[in-house]
Design a binder for this molecule. Structure first.
Ligand code: HEM
Length: 160
């Protein structure tokens, strides 16, 4: 296989991985915040069930976050390096990347809290509300789709 074919294949794999991880992250985060977390207030048993669900979901949440950052950084360098980006494209991409990074960095609040806080962890200086985390994630999602539609990658790049 020629080097250019490999580049094209890598680009497809990165975009598919990014899109799948984005769907998993945003879909599950929305379900968690809208449907699951409010159940914690209904009874101690429900609270425990929610905690178990969060615990079981933890590795999916961390994996999708890691894939989003890894593939996102690679896609960002790829898109910026093709030199076709207008100022509008670069501006929107900058907003998208910042929104995505802040959403991912602040999403730790969606993971289960420790059951026995014997050694109280240092209280973080800032805690972004769950719905704001989702809104930033949704903004990153929408801008990602918008950018890839308005400024599609050169379809011939990699197959030349
Ligand atoms: C909550 C976090 C994020 C979500 C939900 C998200 C979602 C998406 C979606 C749905 C796309 C469109 C995929 C396609 O049609 O090919 C996309 C594209 C992209 N994302 Fe993300 N993303 C997130 C975080 C990030 C991060 C952290 C970075 C960079 C560090 C990043 C960089 C990119 C780039 C460069 C593109 C391609 C844009 C283009 O086609 O011009 N994303 N993203």
């Amino acid at each position: 296989m020629e080097g250019t074919d490999f580049a094209a294949l890598a680009r497809i794999v990165l975009r598919v991985a990014h899109a799948l991880a984005a769907a998993l992250w945003l879909g599950s985060g929305t379900f968690l915040v809208v449907a699951l977390l409010p159940q914690r207030r209904s009874s101690p048993a429900a609270s425990e069930t929610v905690r178990t669900a969060q615990e079981r979901f933890r590795r999916w949440w961390i994996a999708s976050s890691a894939i989003l950052v890894g593939s996102g950084v690679a896609l960002m360098f790829d898109r910026v390096a093709d030199g076709r980006g207008t100022a509008t494209y670069l501006g929107l991409l900058g907003i998208k990347v910042v929104a995505g990074l802040v959403a991912l960095a602040a999403s730790g609040g969606l993971l289960p809290r420790p059951t026995r806080p014997t050694l109280r962890p240092a209280r973080s200086a800032w805690r972004v509300p769950d719905r704001i985390v989702l809104a930033l994630g949704a903004l990153a999602y929408l801008l990602g789709v918008l950018l890839s539609v308005i400024y599609p990658p050169d379809p011939t790049a990699g197959w030349r």
